[in-house]
Design a protein around this ligand. Structure first.
Ligand code: KG4
Ligand code: ZN
Length: 336
């Protein structure tokens, strides 16, 4: 079964063709990063307008690269929630138009669900139950999955998301947008023990809190007349985030007795986080799966993978499908 995936929830216009929920035939990502970088972050109205320009050529390119025409496509999966509303509407309008014109069934996908399903594109044998650490620009969640589509949120952030913290701290130290990849690169040359940044705890919960770390980084920079040594700062800051994410994830994994931990979202592309998660998993005898960076950050292949498993459960959407700026994972769009 071939699924056309469409993703326009933020600043990437992406379309992909995935076979049977696991084989990527094409995954075209038209990034708007350069357009937004000069503003230091995503400007929603600019993103929507650019999606309008890019959506049809991106879909055509994804079909061409997969060697498909529309009549080869069995189903369309589109992200309709959560995200920038004006950006989501562009992908959903394109998906509904194609679904109607070419008589192809439609599936609505939650953005976080799509990130999680990127794991099915890279791991042959995924067994439930499992725990997924979802860390992106808008989310830092620990999610327990007992089966396809069954999500229990064990922890979330009380303030900033991990990616937001990477981006805000990068901006504070004069790096470009998005800050995560820049900090990842700089940290490789730095000493992670050079500055002791806080590792926040939220009572005895597994929830995260990153706003104190952001403040600590800003205070630390203020103590210097000139820019402090950036590689050491980047490595120390990154270690503070990685330590907390790894500790909480494996606490949850041990409490729930799972044998598999998956990683998802843009921050899961972080090389130090991937290495630390795999090392801790090895110590504890828990398998860790992390998609390659291109499948961690926003893309449409993950959307098509999630849509495949949703259509197997009969979860089709109608042509009255709407877009939603916010909605928790696990609630179907059709139920709104
Ligand atoms: O999942 P994503 O592409 O978009 C959202 O759904 O938010 O995640 C984007 C976030 C940004 O905050 C970006 O700085 C971060 O992921 N990110 C990284 C890395 N690559 C992307 N953070 C740390 N290290 C990376 N290598
Ligand atoms: Zn995302």
């Amino acid at each position: 079964m071939k699924i056309l995936g469409i993703e326009t929830s933020c600043d990437e216009t992406s379309a992909a063709v995935v076979a049977d929920g696991v084989s990527v035939l094409s995954n075209v990502i038209a990034s708007q990063v350069e357009i937004h970088a000069r503003f230091g972050g995503v400007v929603p109205e600019v993103a929507s307008r650019r999606h309008v320009e890019l959506i049809m050529p991106t879909i055509q390119e994804a079909l061409d690269k997969a060697g498909c025409a529309l009549h080869d496509i069995d189903c369309i999966g589109v992200i309709n929630r959560p995200g920038l509303i004006g950006a989501l509407i562009v992908g959903v309008a394109a998906a509904k138009t194609i679904a109607y014109a070419a008589k192809i069934p439609l599936v609505a996908v939650h953005h976080i669900e799509a990130h999680i399903y990127a794991n099915w594109l890279t791991a042959a044998d995924i067994q439930f139950p499992l725990i997924c650490l979802v860390v992106s620009g808008g989310h830092s969640d620990l999610i327990y999955m007992s089966d396809h589509g069954k999500y229990e949120i064990l922890a979330r952030t009380r303030d900033d998301a991990a990616g937001e913290c990477f981006d805000k701290c990068a901006r504070a130290i004069g790096l470009g947008y998005p800050g995560g990849p820049e900090i990842d690169r700089l940290a490789k040359e730095g000493n992670s023990h050079s500055v002791k940044f806080p590792r926040a705890k939220v009572g005895d919960t597994l929830d995260f809190s990153f706003s104190g770390l952001k403040t600590a980084v800003i205070r630390y920079i203020e103590g210097f007349a000139e820019r402090p040594p950036l590689p050491d700062l980047a490595a120390s800051f990154q270690a503070a985030i990685v330590d907390v994410l790894v500790d909480h994830t494996f606490k949850a994994a041990q409490e729930r007795g799972v044998k598999l931990v998956m990683m998802a979202g843009g921050v899961a592309a972080n090389s130090s986080l991937q290495a630390a998660m795999k090392a801790r998993g090895k110590e504890l005898g828990i398998v860790v799966n992390a998609p390659p960076p291109v499948l961690c950050t926003d893309n449409a292949a993950m959307t098509a993978a999630a849509a495949y498993f949703a259509q197997e459960r009969g979860l089709y959407a109608g042509l009255d499908l709407d877009s939603f700026a916010s909605q928790p994972i696990g609630e179907r769009a059709e139920a709104m």
